[in-house]
Design a protein around this ligand. Structure first.
Ligand code: AMP
Length: 173
């Protein structure tokens, strides 16, 4: 596994979308098909021996990794979306932002009781988005086996917020 290839393909953009944020831009990884493939294989080798029924991808960059991983694993792929995007009946969980709140929604028929679930996103920062996604999965009576992120920003302690559910990551900063 070529972790350096993955790491070197990610572009750091300082002060986006606001001063002080070091934005990890994965669009450059997506343009390097070998790096993108390495990232999917890194997720696959971490979870190939686990019994997983459903991979949940978090809007929107989570979809990019979750969908090919679900095909590779041979399991279902489910979308966790921002409010008002999913057309059928949904269930939601709100979470706090720096200013105000946001929410994550999923279709109520997306997860069956007892499904073993892996939740995927590109990056873990404070953990609010991932935690809200996990709460929706739990409301639907899915069992979360793990979270998986391409990148975690360690200083923000998002993995603490997600405890006791395991957190897998390929890169950290
Ligand atoms: P959080 O809820 O704080 O863990 O934020 C995670 C979400 O925000 C993920 O969906 C990321 O795509 C995005 N995000 C937060 N911080 C960054 C960053 N520094 N670079 C890129 N994406 C970020």
């Amino acid at each position: 596994m070529d972790i350096d290839r993955i790491k070197n393909s990610i572009r750091n953009v300082p002060d986006f979308p606001k001063p002080g944020i070091q934005f990890k831009d994965i669009t450059t990884l997506l343009q390097d098909k070998d790096a993108f493939g390495e990232a999917i294989e890194a997720f696959y080798s971490a979870f190939k021996d686990k019994e997983i029924d459903v991979i949940v991808g978090i809007e929107s960059r989570g979809f990019i990794f979750a969908a090919p991983l679900a095909l590779r694993m041979g399991c279902r792929f489910v979308l966790a979306r921002k409010p008002g995007k999913l057309p059928s009946e949904t269930i939601a969980e709100e979470y706090a932002l720096e200013y105000g709140t946001d929410a994550i929604e999923m279709h109520i028929d997306a997860i069956n009781k007892g499904d073993k679930v892996l939740i995927v996103d590109d990056l873990l920062a404070t953990g609010g988005t991932a935690k809200a996604t996990g709460s929706v999965v739990q409301k639907l009576q899915g069992e979360i086996l793990s979270y998986a992120f391409l990148i975690i920003l360690k200083g923000l302690n998002g993995d603490e917020l997600l405890k006791p559910i395991p957190v897998f990551n390929i890169l950290d900063y």
